[in-house]
Design a protein around this ligand. Structure first.
Ligand code: FEO
Length: 392
């Protein structure tokens, strides 16, 4: 059965939900699902904005045909070629042979690479205008947010921004299309938006900042992203401010402390618990996560949120515990910066944790190890512990 929602006079949401997929990109757990958003403008010309993942293709085509109601499809604007948004393109082109594909030069290179398709190209560059009847569309290049070909499309007539991966979030849509139908973006979507941004786009902070600067010059009433809810009203400003914070690698909560630990037999964990209590007693806001049983995407999101990070690990093969190694390498890969680091190293005979974490920190920007607490097995020097806690 079709499932569509009208967004404004001529614009429709025709995307699909995925609550079956366990790992987005075969990597990130999505316990609350994800939506693949697509939009259809029913002007004098009909315009589709992106398609969906192949898993939702049948539902998507049903939605598209329902809204088209016998009309043909004139244009498909491809803002992003990643297959979660473009995998259905081939099916749609097969149905509407004369459809013009609107994209930039890289869009068409990628379409051919991924789908081997020759398409009717309508090539655009920054600032070009496509008139579809009443509506005028213009195109803003957003390379590396999150792939090189990414662009966003602005409907000048209705002040709608089709923002591609920007303003995206994990989490399927439960019927509501607008974030404000859920009682506000912060309560319902912020955690998954943070996890989406920091893990998927986090490395490309500079490019995101560039796009946000360009978007400042546009008057925007509605934002239609490729994942998650459509934004309007105060949700636009709220999410823009969050994306600006994340993309500038500024901690959302500079004084909050994130303790991330690995522990083999519970000795390191015991010190972590004592530290968390001591910090809370000192009036600090603390979160604690076990790197050994928490997916790294949650650790990354928390590291973006907090200004202070405590890393606690036993020494393992003269290196970090593998779970801590994965986390710290991911922090580096995603280019996090501007955090204070505190290290608890456990080494029953040849401690290597502080040295290894300092090596990683030194290869990152403005990531300084402020203090180290060394423990041996379960043996902790009480005075050193107190001094360490007081420095955080
Ligand atoms: Fe949801 Fe970069 O694609």
């Amino acid at each position: 059965m079709h499932s569509v929602r009208q967004i404004s006079d001529k614009l429709y949401y025709i995307g699909v939900n995925d609550r079956r997929l366990e790992l987005f990109e075969n990597l990130f757990p999505i316990p609350h699902g994800v939506s693949y958003n697509s939009y259809l403008l029913m002007d004098e010309k009909t315009v589709l904005f992106d398609t969906v993942d192949h898993s939702g293709s049948a539902q998507f085509i049903e939605n598209l045909e329902y809204v088209l109601a016998g009309r043909t499809l004139d244009y498909i604007v491809v803002n992003h070629v990643e297959p979660d948004h473009a995998a259905s393109l081939k099916d749609i082109i097969a149905k509407y042979e004369n459809v013009q594909i609107v994209g930039n030069a890289k869009t068409f290179t990628f379409i051919e690479q991924f789908f081997g398709s020759k398409v009717n190209q309508h090539l655009v560059k920054e600032g070009d205008i496509l008139e579809t009847g009443e509506h005028k569309l213009t195109f803003v290049m957003a390379s590396m947010v999150h792939w090189p070909e990414v662009m966003v499309t602005y409907d000048i007539t209705s002040k709608v921004l089709f923002s591609a991966d920007a303003y995206g979030t994990f989490k399927a849509l439960d019927g509501g299309i607008f974030a404000d139908e859920y009682g506000g973006f912060e309560d319902k979507f912020l955690k998954e938006a943070r996890r989406y941004y920091t893990n998927i786009v986090g490395k490309y902070g500079l490019q995101t900042q560039k796009l946000l600067t360009k978007a400042k010059g546009l008057e925007i009433d509605i934002i239609c992203p490729l994942h998650g809810p459509v934004l309007r009203g105060e949700d636009i400003g709220f999410f823009t401010e969050k994306q600006s914070t994340w993309s500038s690698y500024t901690p959302e909560n500079p004084d909050d402390i994130f303790i991330c630990y690995a522990s083999m037999y519970g000795n390191t964990e015991s010190v972590v618990n004592a530290l968390a209590m001591k910090l809370a007693e000192n009036g600090k806001k603390v979160s604690v996560m076990n790197a050994c049983n928490t997916d790294t995407s949650y650790l990354i999101a928390e590291a973006f949120r907090c200004g202070k990070i405590v890393l606690a690990s036993p020494t393992y093969n003269a290196d970090l515990h593998p779970a801590m190694k994965t986390f710290t390498e991911d922090l580096k890969a995603i280019a996090l910066r501007n955090r204070e680091l505190y290290v608890i190293e456990n080494g029953s005979w040849a401690a290597a944790v502080a040295k290894k974490i300092k090596e990683v920190a030194d290869s990152m920007k403005n990531m300084e190890v402020k203090a180290v607490l060394s423990i041996k097995s379960s043996k902790v020097d009480e005075q050193a512990f107190q001094e360490f806690a007081n420095q955080i």
